[in-house]
Design a protein around this ligand. Structure first.
Ligand code: SME
Length: 137
């Protein structure tokens, strides 16, 4: 990617590429952790506007990944108790943490309008994307 772009512009480009490339990637965005206030903050994204610009650690799928440091695949959001709904069109979600020097600094969050679309291939692919993105930090 062109190095004259800012990091946020690069992240936005990645969101756009992902959402254009995979039919069931319907909202693609980043959240970044503030480890002092234990909150996640919305970064670049493509898709429907969301009210959830700040998410406390532990809350929702994203907040749980901030604490677990592990991928979270949700085949059906209706079956989740600790879930923050952004839109009724969202049926499933995948969140993959972003590690920089071994520290979980944030995550990529993808919402889908279909039920149960995410496979182990999505996890491996998004882990690879996150590992590449780590080089921007
Ligand atoms: N559904 C997420 C909230 C963020 S939106 O998907 C953009 C959650 O439960 O953490």
């Amino acid at each position: 990617l062109n190095t004259s772009l800012s990091r946020d512009e690069k992240l936005l480009t990645i969101c756009q590429l992902l959402s254009d490339s995979v039919s069931y990637y319907n909202w693609v965005g980043f959240y970044f952790a503030n480890h002092e206030s234990k909150t996640l903050h919305l970064g670049p994204y493509v898709g429907a506007e969301t009210d959830h610009t700040v998410i406390p650690f532990g809350k929702g799928i994203c907040g749980q990944v901030a604490e677990s440091n592990a991928n979270f695949v949700v085949p059906d959001v209706a079956a989740q108790d600790n879930y923050i709904a952004c839109s009724f069109t969202v049926k499933s979600e995948i969140v993959v943490p972003l590690f920089v020097d071994g520290k979980n600094i944030g995550q990529i969050d993808i919402d889908s309008h279909v039920i149960n679309p995410f496979t182990a291939d999505d996890e491996r692919f998004l882990e690879f994307v996150c590992a590449e993105i780590a080089n921007l930090f």
